[in-house]
Design a protein around this ligand. Structure first.
Ligand code: LMR
Ligand code: SF4
Length: 514
């Protein structure tokens, strides 16, 4: 097993930087369904460009490389303790080499371990089997989509759908609801794994297990096959679309599994995964530890470059969006001119700030003058170059709604004019944008390479005690593009999509599976 650690390192790098073929095909199919020139089509264009860049740069597709989770099947005589040690070493090495973001945080103190190792991280699960090779699967599932997992206990009363009973039709309603409640916040279009039955733990385990199925397999269980097909056809009628911008594709895959339950419990557990569906697998030789075969790589590859040219040509024909360029410091007048739907290009300075910073700023001064400035909800992957300067390796937006309790107050307190993030924010922020003269810009979640390329220089960093993802980075950008989805006139695209999708959800109230 001399080569096992090296094999695990390769698996981690490949999983973080190279999206598997089955996932690429699902994204390509979604792209074909969207009409050129729409926000959904433009977002998918950025997504596919980003996938290609990550591959070329051997850098993370998304800056949130998640909670690395390994599922391993081993022949009986293999030493699992040694394997665990090798995996942990490979994880630390991949973190040092910026293929993984340091993501392991002490839950009480907030301290980042810096190498992705810590109590409970990474997750490594073994199972014995009677085959003569080792099967290792890895998933890097980020926090934004993990937060959109949901577990139902049947019978239940569901928004838009009414009663969901303890039967196949009740399960159908739960799955439809799970897609609705995620909106664009888990970086839709997404994939869902569903676990029917079990207890609260084994139900979620099964849901996550389903995410290891190939995106284009067919369920051998007839009832579940029908259910999967039904969900794929109908969830896309909810109109949530890529990043919740509205559009034809909301769901890229649905895989359902079932296990027994005890009489009193009936759980339906749903694991939501963003489009940046980073999961791979390898077959390993149990003597040398070398990779024998890569999994999820069968079938045709997708030429995103060719698709991009076609999309660009179609876009030239119909550019109806208003384009505005902004550079901080921004005035209130400039903000009041912006409307939902405008595409904003940013040059100059922006400052990152996510959970720790927002909490900190409520009762501390800002380390730099934020008047007229732009805050970017982002936890980047950073590296030092040979001259000891920081460089941005991956820097897509994080889910903004987590800052909802703080955002409006902080904008007013410091005079911040624009915040960039993803998934939108709520009523409190919308009201503050109106009162203060502020705007919310939605960037494309997961497009970490695409945005990192706009980041020309890291001018400085403050509050490093919160760790790399949570620190406040001061970055000079060029050509950073995002869409106005909440403006200072009370308009919110997120609110609109949420209410229209709820209306559409109600169309699925009547029983389908009797
Ligand atoms: O932590 C991040 O950078 C992003 C997170 O995965 C999210 O989707 O909000
Ligand atoms: S930012 Fe989006 S794409 Fe990245 S891990 Fe979070 S949910 Fe996934």
């Amino acid at each position: 097993m001399e080569k096992f650690q090296e094999s695990m390192y390769k698996l981690i790098v490949e999983t973080s930087t190279n999206l598997p073929k089955d996932v690429r095909r699902a994204i390509a199919a979604a792209k074909i369904r969207e009409n050129a020139g729409t926000r959904a089509a433009m977002s998918l264009d950025t997504i596919t460009k980003n996938i290609k860049m990550a591959d070329d740069n051997v850098s993370p597709i998304c800056q949130d490389t998640g909670l690395p989770t390994f599922k391993i099947k081993v022949p009986v005589n293999v030493n699992q303790i040694e394997m665990k040690k090798a995996i942990k070493k490979a994880v630390a090495d991949a973190t040092r080499d910026t293929k993984l973001r340091p993501n392991s945080v002490d839950s009480i103190t907030g301290d980042n371990s810096g190498d992705n190792l810590g109590e409970g991280t990474p997750v490594i699960k073994f199972e014995q089997w009677e085959n003569d090779y080792i099967d290792v699967r890895l998933i890097l599932k980020g926090g934004g989509c993990e937060n959109k997992n949901i577990q139902y206990s049947l019978p239940a009363e569901l928004e838009g759908l009414g009663r969901a009973g303890r039967d196949l039709d009740g399960i159908r309603k739960c799955i439809m609801h799970s897609v609705y409640q995620a909106q664009g916040q888990g970086c839709s279009a997404g994939f869902i794994g569903v676990g029917i039955g079990g207890d609260r733990t084994s139900g979620y385990e099964l849901a996550k297990e389903m995410l290891f199925r190939s995106a284009d397999d067919v369920n051998p269980n007839e009832n579940l096959r029908k259910l999967e097909e039904y969900v794929m056809e109908n969830a896309n009628k909810l109109g949530i679309g890529t990043m919740g911008f509205g559009g034809e594709t909301t769901l890229l895959g649905c895989k359902v599994g079932v296990i027994n339950r005890i009489p009193a419990s009936f759980f339906v557990s749903v694991a939501y995964n963003c489009w940046a569906y980073r999961r791979l697998g390898v077959k390993i030789d149990p003597v040398s530890g070398e990779i024998q075969e890569w999994l999820y790589q069968e079938g045709e590859d997708v030429d995103f470059d060719k698709m991009k040219e076609e999309a660009a040509a179609a876009l030239e024909e119909k550019t109806e969006v208003r384009q505005v360029t902004l550079e901080a410091p921004i005035t209130e007048e400039q903000i009041r001119e912006l409307r939902v739907g405008d595409v904003v290009t940013i040059n100059g300075m922006m400052h990152t700030g996510r959970d720790a910073i927002h909490k900190y700023l409520t009762d501390h001064d800002a380390p730099v003058d934020l008047n007229g400035q732009i805050i970017y909800h982002c936890g980047p992957v950073m590296a030092k170059d040979e001259e000891d300067n920081w460089v941005v390796k991956a820097a897509g937006p994080t889910t903004s709604i987590r800052e909802e309790p703080y955002q409006g107050d902080i904008m007013k307190k410091f005079g911040i004019r624009a915040v960039i993030g993803k998934g939108g924010m709520g009523k409190k922020t919308l009201q503050a944008l109106g009162e203060h003269g502020g705007v919310y810009l939605n960037a494309i979640g997961g497009a970490a390479q695409y945005y990192a390329e706009c980041m020309q220089k890291v001018e400085g960093v403050d509050l490093m005690q919160f760790g790399i993802p949570e620190a406040m980075w001061h970055i000079n950008v060029k050509g950073f593009t995002a869409v106005v989805t909440m403006d200072s006139h009370g308009n919110s695209l997120h609110q609109d999509v949420e209410s229209s999708s709820l209306e559409k959800l109600a169309q699925f109230k009547e029983p389908v599976f009797k």
